[in-house]
Write a protein that binds this ligand. Structure first.
Ligand code: ALA
Length: 872
């Protein structure tokens, strides 16, 4: 039975048991700073576990998850993964142990027809209730119900003693017996044994306690169920495989990799498996909007790519290859993730760019080592070297062996102890990022639990509403008086709460002369919070008020929002369909749009993008909004932002035939209302990601007026009419160049005599003539010319000329050809000297230059040069 069938069977099974089948959440949890990546199925339901209303109290999911705490085990064991899918069923204060155990058993033995004899279970040592259900209702014999402790059968693990606070509870696990011939082969082997005989398939968590700060567990009034079953593991069990990597979820990847490395040596298997694992994590992270970078999440992706590249290198594949596996992942996952296919090229480009970068770093590891460790050749410091080695290992992914070989060659000692300490610290860090943190269940906005507030401001900008809650300093109050800051919640509102990149509305809540200024609007669950200040009079809970949005501001925001959609359409027309939204910000002042594109954007392209959007505006396309089923909307080609999680019913905003996007924001009625669209900034913000900032309407008009003003004042200064401005500037530039040339020639002529004097007055050190001089205010170009002149007039000379321009020291050095032939090198000499004038330098054997911040040190620098010559 394939994983696709298993996933479907699981979801259908629980659908029939009245569960809402919810889409997998993104790997990047929203509004949840406690985890870096989604580690389990329950995470998207934290609010429901806490009692927030969401309209359903049973759910089932196949959740994509990412964990990095056991990275070093991946590939070496049959079932450790970074990326995996977790099948889960959940009850929020609805059914409990009895149903969850009975249904799990029914699913495994009836639906999947797994032989009962091969299933064992474990329960928490004190959980008599679960024990009783397994024994009496399911009918398992005592020997097949194993009692385990806090570490194995309490969730979160060891929460009783170590926390986190909040909902927790005992759990019960279901195991598949691989048979007597597998593992330790002891007669008494059972699921408490660490050998591979028993494969843990399903974890049923009975969330029945609330852990308090002092460690006491109090029963929860509403008990929850949270279960998790690894799809990869289940597939392996169902397909009679002992290793997850042998299932069809990995096999095509493994075949491809082995074909590429042309080496099916069993010793390489762990590496091949690890690559097959990592590429899935890489693809899905990028799919969910995480790009390789040095920031927390991006760093995980970068690390997985680098590790994979290194594994490939160790199997002699040194060219970028990983990116070729992206379409293989897309094909394997096609049934549940059809959109992955459409984005595979985009994702592959991102992987390829990162691979190329890293391979270039690896190829220059020699220079990296030299830069990092040079200082330790003279001054041995094994601890510091240990730390630096770890950083190279961690940041660049440089294998330890490679660094150690270099250190050995250069006689630099290294502390393995320090390296190991750094390594375990890093492991702790990533563990704590993957694991549940102390405040996993706590939520600062518990006070808004259960509130549902409808937004009715798409069409109208003011409406009557009732105050249902006032929060001041985190506490509920009955009344607000002039000058007080607070959050007001209404039964319904026309104020748009910040979301989908669009800022929240501002405006006023009034009752006669009593007025509350709304300075921002945000969402918490299904509640809409109006944050602001009492401007005059007072308001109290229960008051009927008039809520009025700042109309001008709202219209400016709408202009920028509709224009953002048009910009995306124009980008896809001008640059190509690979353009994907990476993020956006829509305010009253401007819009900002981040998107994937792997090359620079030329000025001409930027102009075409701007022109295309303005064409859309001139054509005054109608903006239409429709509610559609998510699948239908996506099928019809509406663009979705993958960082966003959508409901099954979505709002589709289309502008004529040019743009169609899933969007909850506020828009114009027709594109013509935008007025003008003007790009004010374009640039790169990360590898493969670019950002455009633009303004619309009045703001765009102001930008154009300011540019006009600037142009006018230039024309006035140059005293030309605007239509002759370019011609005049060209003329002046040509003249300026001509004058500069003349000036150079004159200066050189004037210096020529003194150069003769310089040559005559050269010092002679060990048969080498040394000519040094600081000449006032000569630029680099003239210094260079002087050097050339002197070189043409003398032999066996080293010339060093300095000059001070704008407070900075400039130094140029030249060697006559006979000295170069003898092996002397100006580039090498200037390196030491440059430090003395407070800077750095370099160059060729016959010519070198340096700049620095200490012009007062020229004499010292020349002294150093004498030293160097003496030592030749
Ligand atoms: N949340 C439980 C786990 O992750 C089901 O194992």
């Amino acid at each position: 039975m394939t994983a696709d069938i298993l996933r479907k069977k699981f979801l259908d099974f629980f659908k029939a048991k009245k569960h809402k089948v919810v889409e997998s959440d993104s790997l990047v949890p929203k509004d949840d700073p406690t985890v870096l990546f989604t580690p389990a199925g329950m995470n998207q339901f934290k609010r429901e576990f806490l009692g927030f209303t969401s309209g359903f109290n049973r759910a089932a999911t196949s959740q994509r998850c990412l964990r990095t705490d056991d990275l070093d085990k991946v590939g070496k064991t049959p079932s450790h993964h970074t990326f995996f899918e977790m099948l889960g069923n959940f009850s929020f204060g609805d059914y409990f142990k009895k149903e969850s155990i009975a249904w799990a058993w029914e699913f495994l033995t009836k639906e999947l027809k797994i032989d009962k004899e091969r299933l064992w279970v474990s329960v928490y040592k004190d959980d008599e209730e679960a024990y009783g259900i397994w024994k009496d209702e399911v009918g398992l014999p005592d020997r097949k119900i194993v009692k385990l402790g806090d570490k194995e059968n309490f969730w979160p693990s060891e929460a009783k003693t170590k926390g986190p606070n909040g909902p927790c509870g005992p759990c019960s696990e279901i195991f598949f017996d691989q048979g007597k011939d597998v593992g330790c082969k002891r007669e008494e082997c059972d699921p408490s044994c660490n050998c591979p005989r028993f494969t843990e398939v399903w974890n049923l968590v009975f969330t029945q306690y609330n852990r308090k700060e002092d460690g006491t567990l109090t029963p929860l009034p509403k008990k929850n169920i949270d279960t998790g079953m690894g799809l990869e593991r289940l597939a392996a069990v169902m397909q009679g495989k002992e290793n997850n990597f042998e299932t069809e979820l990995f096999a095509p990847l493994i075949r491809e990799i082995i074909f590429e490395v042309k080496n099916d040596n069993p010793d390489n298997r762990p590496l091949v498996y690890a690559i097959a694992d990592h590429i899935r994590a890489i693809v899905f992270s990028i799919y969910d909007g995480v790009l390789p970078s040095n920031e927390a999440r991006g760093y995980v992706v970068r690390k997985l790519i680098r590790r994979s590249v290194l594994y490939l290198r160790s199997m002699k594949t040194e060219k970028p290859y990983l990116y070729k596996l992206v379409p293989v992942v897309a094909e394997i996952m096609r049934a549940y993730y059809p959109e992955l296919k459409a984005r595979q090229e985009n994702i592959a480009e991102i992987v390829l760019a990162e691979e190329k970068n890293f391979i270039a770093t690896m190829n220059s590891s020699e220079s990296l080592f030299r830069e990092r460790f040079q200082g330790f050749i003279k001054k041995q410091d094994p601890e510091e070297v240990g730390i630096a080695t770890f950083q190279l290992y961690d940041t660049y992914g440089i294998p330890l062996e490679l660094t150690l070989a270099w250190l050995d060659k250069n006689n630099i000692s290294f502390s393995r102890q320090t390296f190991n300490n750094e390594l375990s610290r890093q492991k702790e860090r990533s563990k704590s990022q993957s694991a549940m943190k102390g405040d996993v269940f706590s939520s600062p906005d518990m006070q808004y639990r259960g509130i549902i507030c409808k937004f009715s401001g798409y069409e109208c900008f003011s409406s009557k509403a009732k105050i249902i809650k006032i929060i001041k300093d985190n506490k509920e109050v009955k009344k607000l008086s002039k000058g007080e800051d607070a959050i007001i919640i209404l039964d319904k509102t026309v104020f748009y709460p910040e979301g989908g990149g669009q800022v929240g509305d501002t405006g006023e809540l009034t009752k006669g002369k009593n007025a509350f200024a709304v300075l921002d609007t945000k969402k918490s669950g299904k509640a809409i919070l109006h944050t602001g200040k009492m401007k005059s009079g007072s308001l109290k809970k229960g008051d009927l008020i008039l809520a009025s949005v700042n109309y001008e501001r709202r219209m400016d925001i709408a202009r920028n929002h509709t224009a953002t959609h048009l910009l995306q359409a124009a980008l896809r027309q001008v640059l190509g369909k690979h353009v994907q939204q990476q993020g956006s910000l829509v305010t009253a002042e401007k819009l900002r749009f981040d998107f994937t594109h792997f090359k620079d954007i030329s000025d001409e392209q930027t102009e075409r993008i701007e022109e295309t959007v303005n064409d859309f505006i001139l054509n005054n396309h109608k903006v239409e909004v429709k509610q559609k089923a998510l699948a239908l909307a996506k099928k019809a080609g509406a663009l979705a932002f993958f960082g966003e999680k959508y409901d099954s019913k979505v709002r589709v905003v289309s502008v004529g035939g040019v743009s169609s996007e899933l969007c909850g924001g506020t828009h114009l009625k027709a594109s013509g209302e935008i007025g003008i669209f003007k790009i004010i900034q374009e640039g790169s913000i990360a590898s493969g990601v670019r950002r455009i900032e633009a303004v619309c309407g009045n703001a765009a008009y102001k930008v154009i007026k300011a540019q006009e003003q600037c142009l006018r004042s230039i024309c006035m200064s140059l005293n030309v009419p605007q239509d002759r401005l370019c011609e005049e500037i060209d003329k002046r530039i040509t003249r300026m160049k001509h004058l500069e040339k003349q000036l150079d020639t004159q200066t050189l002529n004037a210096l020529s005599d003194s150069l003769e004097e310089l040559i005559q007055g050269a010092e002679v050190l060990r048969e080498i003539k040394l000519i040094t001089k600081v000449i006032d205010s000569l630029d680099m170009n003239l210094l260079r010319k002087n050097i050339d002149l002197i070189k043409s007039k003398t032999k066996s000379s080293i010339i060093a000329l300095g000059s001070v321009v704008g407070g900075r020291a400039m130094l140029v050095m030249g060697l006559t050809p006979d000295l170069v032939v003898k092996g002397l090198d100006a580039g090498a000499m200037i390196k030491d000297i440059a430090q003395i004038i407070g800077g750095s330098g370099g160059g060729r054997a016959d010519f070198a230059q340096a700049g620095g911040s200490k012009p007062e040190n020229f004499n010292q620098a020349f002294e150093k040069l004498r030293d160097i010559i003496w030592k030749i």
